[in-house]
Design a protein around this ligand. Structure first.
Ligand code: XMP
Length: 362
């Protein structure tokens, strides 16, 4: 079973254990996972699931992705590394079934097929035909873990009909600690989805540093204020659903992803500065034309090399997202901390909802 440590695969794994299935949980360490509070992702996962098998593919994988700037190409490299690693484990361990933590929005956004179109009575052939018919009509993104055929009797996706909030309910029911139930979602292509343009070793080190600083600072703020790092707000959203930083060589000159009529688009962000007015900025971004996003400039310094963009969104199921109303004092604190890192040039806060933006930048 592919156990990334995210809540989806954690729920799938615990359900299998509860069902008494003989399961081998496998975590692939490709080198692009986040660091939280100074600890690598694999360390957090090992702590929670001591029987996890860690497969280290950093030495083979990182040289492949270094230099790659195209968003779809990055996803494809992930998919290839992921599937070939599991192929090898399936052979070595003589596995009969492969399990992963795919959830509903992953399937919908990859195939453009809604769960309501899939009937339980459908044969595999009918389901495949439906997906094929949908192909070519466009998709939001190609997931790294769907549409792979392994040499096993079946690929099983125990949480595929669920959305993120429902998965959290399952984890809560199974008695997982709060900090795990409310872990911030993290994308399959990992930090490659947050390094805009070509991935390099230097950018990866930088990205890990700024991600940890931003996620950990906001976690601490929520813990102080609410006693937990994620709340369910009055709109029923998980707040913040995701909080992270992204690395840009030059944010103003870059192209970032947007979502128009259900399809992914690439366009530049509009940079704004001046008075801080959260509601006005979010409204401006919602109605934006000719750009994909609005980045509010928090501050900068001449000497840096990379721009850092802070993104904090609230969401129910990642299909849509609103912007977390972080107080300007907290944003300024984040800016000051980021500007204390010599490589940081400008610090922005992305105020664009999904749609018209996507949550990630690739
Ligand atoms: P977007 O950027 O498409 O993200 O609005 C929606 C949610 O999905 C996560 N994400 C991914 N997860 N493989 C994944 O497993 C991917 O290729 C991928 N791309 C985005 C993202 O973090 C957000 O929660």
């Amino acid at each position: 079973m592919a156990l990334s440590g995210g809540i989806d695969s954690s729920a799938a794994y615990l359900l299998l254990k509860k069902a008494g299935v003989d399961v081998l949980p496998v975590f692939i360490d490709h080198g692009l996972m986040r660091i939280i509070q100074g600890k690598e992702e694999w360390e957090h996962i090992k702590e929670m699931f001591p029987d996890v098998m860690i497969v280290d593919i950093r030495d083979e994988f990182l040289p492949q992705i270094f230099g790659e700037g195209d968003a779809e190409a990055k996803r494809k490299l992930f998919k290839k590394a992921y599937s070939s690693t599991f192929d090898a484990i399936i052979r070595a361990e003589k596995c009969e079934i492969l399990v992963d933590g795919t959830i509903l929005p992953d399937l919908e956004e990859s195939f453009g097929v809604g769960m309501d179109q899939i009937k339980e009575t459908m044969s595999f052939e009918e389901e495949t035909a439906l997906r094929e018919a949908q192909k070519g009509k466009g998709f939001v993104k190609s997931q790294h873990n769907v549409e792979i055929t392994y040499d096993v009797e079946a690929t099983v996706q125990p949480v595929a009909p669920l959305t993120k909030n429902q998965v959290r309910n399952v984890l809560e029911y199974l008695g997982m600690p709060h900090h795990w139930v409310y872990r911030k979602a993290f994308p399959g292509p990992a930090l490659a989805a947050r390094i805009i343009g070509p991935v390099t070793a230097e950018k990866l080190t930088f990205q890990k540093k700024i991600h940890d600083l931003v996620e950990s600072t906001v976690d601490k703020y929520y813990l102080r204020k609410h006693g937990k790092a994620m709340i369910i707000n009055e709109k029923g959203e998980q707040e913040p659903f995701q909080i992270f930083a992204a690395t840009f060589e030059d944010a103003e000159k870059s192209e970032v992803t947007g979502l128009r009529d259900g399809l992914r688009t690439y366009d530049s962000p509009k940079i704004v500065s001046g008075d801080w007015d959260f509601d006005k900025l979010v409204t401006e971004a919602r109605e934006i034309e000719g750009f994909n996003r609005v980045f509010y400039l928090l501050g900068g310094q001449e000497t840096g090399t990379f721009d850092a963009v802070i993104r904090s969104i609230n969401s129910i199921d990642a299909r849509t997202a609103t912007i977390t109303k972080l107080p300007i004092e907290l944003l300024n604190d984040l800016k000051d901390k980021l500007l204390a890192i010599p490589e940081v040039r400008n610090v922005y806060f992305d105020v664009t909802e999904k749609p018209p933006a996507t949550i990630e930048y690739v």
